[in-house]
Design a protein around this ligand. Sequence first.
Ligand code: BES
Ligand code: MN
Ligand code: ZN
Length: 493
Amino acid sequence: MLDISFGSFPALNDGAPQAVALICHGKGTSEDATFKALDEATAGALGRAVAFKGFKGDAGQTLVLTAPAASLSQVVLVGCAAKDGSAATAVAVENAGGTAARTLDGVENAVLALTSDVAGFAAEAASGARLVRYDFDLYRTKKSSDHASLKALTVATSDVPAAESRWVALDAVSRGVFLTRDLISEPANILYPETFTARIEALREIGLEVEVLDQAAMQELGFGALLGVAQGSANAPRTVIVRHNGGGEDAPLAFIGKGVTFDSGGISIKPAAGMDEMKTDMGGAATVIGLMSALARRKALVNVIGVVGLVENMVSGRAQRPGDIVTSYSGQTIEVLNTDAEGRLVLADVLAYTKDRFKPKLMVDLATLTGAIVVSLGTENAGLFSNDDALASGLFEAGKQVGEGLWRMPMGEAYNRQIDSDIADMKNIGGRPGSAILAAEFLKRFVGDATWAHLDIAGTTWKTTASPTAPKGATGFGVRLLNQFVQSHEVRA
Ligand code: BES
Ligand code: MN
Ligand code: ZN
């Protein structure tokens, strides 16, 4: 994990050559004191390069000078200005920090500075750098050693105490994001319900309360929908409840995650191509756990409960069949017409149980629930479904503030009728049209009158391309968004 510290801008003429990245907001860059110091140290080469390349400081723009002076191994400029010339945002600077840390090459230590017009975002720049320097290398026995990689970054700021105090929370959140990415990246032979549970239990160390419901406990409670999914697997299911108590006697906020550690589709088996990606089908649960760890580490002043349903959806002689009818925890019966629509079956029991037992102020579930949401929104926005406008807009705004997009999808009675069954209370699939909405309507039948939202993160959890703050692979999408959302519910002392 990239080591972050804050300090003043270093002198450029003594000791070993330094690598420096400077985040610029465009207007005024040439007048900026740090820019001038770098220009001077490079005998004007930096200014000439800026003019030659037409570097304006626009978001996404970079300029790299390699060894422009004896005292400088690298100078990297990264822009963060919006096209319309508006003031810099935390998200833009965070992205620039990520781009800077990715661009700095072949050095173990570097300095990251900001021009004075964006200097207030030093901690955000550090966060972007931390987030992008993630590598899941547990299973590579030969690490590439011919190339130094960035280990420590000093973020130069004139107000070190302010940056350090802001960093406390961002550091906690970045560790939560890394936990989420680690869990998602693990293959399904390593991470299955039992081992996932062990990873969650390890979080007692940072102060979280952890309670485990094993198969017998769930049988006792009548989790027929979840257990039907689990019955084809040799790996027994778990439901795990995690609590962070930071808000006195208040009713908790509840976050519920789909934790299908592998989704083969079951008897309604998936095609071979791309099935490996279904190790990520526990992305909702991983996000909830990463969030809970972030809240515990930053000692959030609020009561929060995370509940994850962990199962493996497999094919075997004991697997659930298409046409089977199961009785859910809520008492409602479900005709399972497609065993690959399993996430909603898992969530049905976990949602209804969470509402009954904890009477939360609100419930938000996260799930890699449908391929249809990927078709609708691609990988840039997750689907947002809710029975409450205030909750929907609170989540939407939180996403905007951290650069994790949500897009609200419609719901309604006419959709809900499409999952009525001829012989049970409902069926687990409707037609193909609008099937991300039908999945949400299914969940809605298990939340009663609770204030509830559902985030379909099937498109945003795993990406085949890098972003400014994440390498390709598991993104950790949702941890920062929900952390921001929770922050707006904290009681301020
Ligand atoms: N886990 C999948 C959804 C998914 C698809 C997640 C692509 C990530 C990437 C889910 O369990 C599933 O199989 N959904 C089916 C539902 C269908 C059978 C109604 C789907 O979307 O095709
Ligand atoms: Mn499935
Ligand atoms: Zn699934």
